[in-house]
Write a protein that binds this ligand. Structure first.
Ligand SMILES: NC(=O)c1ccc[n+]([C@@H]2O[C@H](COP(=O)([O-])OP(=O)(O)OC[C@H]3O[C@@H](n4cnc5c(N)ncnc54)[C@H](OP(=O)(O)O)[C@@H]3O)[C@@H](O)[C@H]2O)c1
Length: 316
């Protein structure tokens, strides 16, 4: 074990980072060992990673000294920020800047930054098709990540920019699944028109990340994107209908209707779906399924994800 290179994983007890820790530790012949960063090493989730053979260390992205300890001696770092924990793009930007600074100082050889597009390159603030949010963003949780890419390149950190996709797990944990409409029929509500939404099993993000670290040098300085399948709302509703054994209809609403739903982040997500709809060719082209499968041969499509997970989707 001592000769294995360390990959420090932020968000290790969560969706993206957890998948990477499991991918590393499940591969007995891996050249890597995961160092899982958590704010609470005593949690059940952290203990489960330790049981897989990962090193578990205390750390908080807001605490530079803890990041320095977590990155020191690591070959690679998987960096992710936690927008939905605080919903502050400024905090996300500050966290990314801190990660880049510490990665440079600790001489990390390969940083994999979980980012997303800065949508303002497609929809400048002057474009009124969608409202400007927080005074300077169109899709805050995308823009903050994309805007932060430069911290890594400016600092000269050997970085791969990883553009992720909508987790199908949002149907279970994020309230994005089918819900009964006024007549009781299940509706999958998304303002995507007839355009395709790149989606992925959250667990596959970490498996793809593992593929990036394994292939290593060829991806340094590159921006890549991953998805398990690109599907229209109607195609997702048809898949859900088959998996759940009850009809699910695609409910295509206008983005302004979605933004008005009023739950925290509805405006951000309404703008996000509109961006994915209006710039669909660019957004899908940046997330090749074939490429994703080359990183992770076990990549799941939606039907495979559903067959393992449909029973967990709350339908109320
Ligand atoms: N949902 C989607 O479809 C989707 C798609 C693409 C990108 N994203 C992005 O994914 C990011 C979140 O990643 P995720 O879904 O993997 O997260 P997650 O499942 O919510 O887990 C995040 C983990 O990070 C840890 N954490 C939270 N705050 C922390 C902090 N201040 N310092 C250190 N660790 C902290 C927590 O672990 P401990 O409690 O153990 O510390 C938690 O288990 C967001 O920025 C979101 O925008 C989401």
């Amino acid at each position: 074990m001592a000769d294995k290179k360390i990959i420090t994983v932020l968000g290790a007890t969560g969706a993206q980072g957890g998948g990477l820790v499991r991918a590393i530790q499940h591969d007995a012949s891996s050249p890597f060992r995961a160092r899982a960063v958590t704010r609470n090493p005593a949690s059940d989730a952290a203990k489960a990673l330790h049981a897989l053979g990962a090193e578990v260390v205390a750390g908080d992205v807001d605490d530079e000294a803890s990041l320095t300890r977590a990155f020191t001696g690591a070959h690679g770092v998987f960096g992710v920020t936690f927008f939905w924990a605080h919903m502050s793009p400024e905090r996300e930007i500050a966290d990314a800047a801190r990660m880049a600074k510490v990665a440079k100082a600790t001489k990390v050889a390969h940083f994999l930054w979980s980012t997303l597009e800065d949508t303002r390159k497609w929809v400048p603030l002057s474009d009124n098709r969608m409202p400007t949010l927080g005074g300077k963003y169109k899709v805050p949780h995308f823009d903050a990540k994309g805007e932060s890419n430069h911290f890594f390149t400016d600092a000269g950190v050997p970085t791969t920019m990883l553009n992720t996709s909508f987790y199908w797990d949002n149907f279970i944990y994020f309230g994005a699944g089918p819900k009964p409409g006024p007549d009781g029929k299940l509706l999958l509500t998304m303002p995507m028109g007839d355009k395709k939404l790149p989606g992925i099993a959250a667990e596959d993000i970490g498996k793809c990340a593992y593929g990036v670290f394994t292939r290593g040098a060829e991806f340094i300085g590159k921006s890549i994107g991953i998805a398990g399948e690109h599907l229209t709302g109607a195609e997702m509703a048809a898949g859900l209908t088959r998996a759940l054994g009850k009809p699910v209809l695609y409910n295509d609403v206008a983005p302004e209707v979605y933004r008005s739903f009023g739950f925290p982040g509805a405006d951000d997500l309404g703008n996000m779906f509109q961006f994915k709809r209006d710039f669909n060719a660019d957004f899908c082209a940046a997330r090749s399924i074939e490429f994703s499968r080359s990183l992770n041969p076990a990549l799941q499509n939606f039907a495979q994800w559903l067959s393992a997970n449909a029973a967990k989707i709350p339908l109320e």
